[in-house]
Ligand binder design. Sequence first.
Ligand code: ATP
Length: 452
Amino acid sequence: MAVDTVSMEKIVSLCRRRGFVFPSSEIYGGLGSTYDYGHYGVLLKNNVKARWFEAMILERDDIVALDSAVILHPRVWEASGHVEGFSDPLVDCRTCKLRFRADKLEDSQCGRKPSKQPGEYKECDLTEPRQFNLMFETTVGAVQEAGSRAYLRPETAQGIFINFKNVLQLARRRPPFGIAQVGKSFRNEITPGNFLFRVREFEQMEMEYFVPPAESEQWYRYWIDERLAWYLRHGLRRSRLRVREHGPEERSHYSQGTSDIEYLYPIGWSELEGVANRGDFDLTRHTEFSSTKLEYVGQDGERYVPHVIEPAVSVERIIVALLVDAYDEEVVGERERTVLRFHPHVAPVTAAILPLIAKDDGMVSKARSLYEELRKRHSVEYDDNGAIGRRYRRQDEIGTPWAFTVDEQTLADDTVTVRDRDSLAQERLPLASVRDWLDDALEREWQTPQPD
Ligand code: ATP
């Protein structure tokens, strides 16, 4: 199916219908652009995080894990530059009372005339842009006094920088080495929207890679390639991914080089992940503000402040990209089906186990025992609810790659059918070999059947 037939509306509606993602606080009228994850959404999210964690930590020797606090010492955010500079230019419209990002007016709709952008319609009356800090403030402690103001972290990276010394000493690392973490970040976005693409609360996966200064450019290129390869390995189409290098005018104050890995979302090419060469900015600033020296000192007395390469992404932007890339509609035997062609390593459910007739004790007993066997090692689902065609379609919509069906023949010869989500091919297998078959299928190289 052509990419332009996948709209954000279709993705939102499928996510809702199949219990991936719900609008949050719905029974209270909803809280705009905030979402809750249902069962399949949680499984999908967990898989995305697990694949990232494997690639960043488990399959390497040079990166360690960290889980830092959400609320850090307020000085952290002064040192990082967020108190002073983590802001977007905001304009208000005095007519419709809506707020817009002054640098993204072309992506916004006028409150009175949605076909126009803010400022274009004759009734628009926009204020001058002013800077709006995106950090959520909170108060720590029981008394609301000036000294106890704190922030919810807008990125996980700073928690890593302030633990640099701990890791260097206790994990006994020397550059090049990295520290990776996954956790919630909060940004009071002026114009959240496009489903999970821009939300105020999201889960970031960030890795700070500390390198000798002379090697920073080489490692910056290395991480762009590594991250791009990770997306391809998990099924995203090459034609829907591109790397866009920022020009000097677009870069953050700390950056010596930034590239966005962009995905062709239904809203157009947009940032999926950022890879930045942050130089020595962060460690130098935290040294200055905390009076703790953050540097590497080698056995031979060599000392330097490492430079930092950072690949940073949110689970949310990956989930939207995976959903958009996997979404397909087709007509099979005069019936339409919607299918999510997920890579088997990210699919929320790896296999469904279906007794053909729910009331047949023999089938149920064989299907249940297969299910009990497979669930020890895989995310599998037992489903005996409704006609078999409807059950297949349900599994297609949540992206389950394989379904094992127990039928009359199983009772006679202990074989089951395995149905492939993408090709719809069915083959028969001995019940006793299903476990090995599934292990092998998961080891196989996988390529999306979607047209590139
Ligand atoms: P944008 O320009 O889209 O606002 P950014 O350049 O501010 O993003 P970074 O600060 O580089 O984003 O954040 C790193 C990553 O975190 C982004 O590449 C994106 O994957 C994710 N991210 C940032 N803001 C949001 C958000 N509001 N909702 C979901 N994910 C986000």
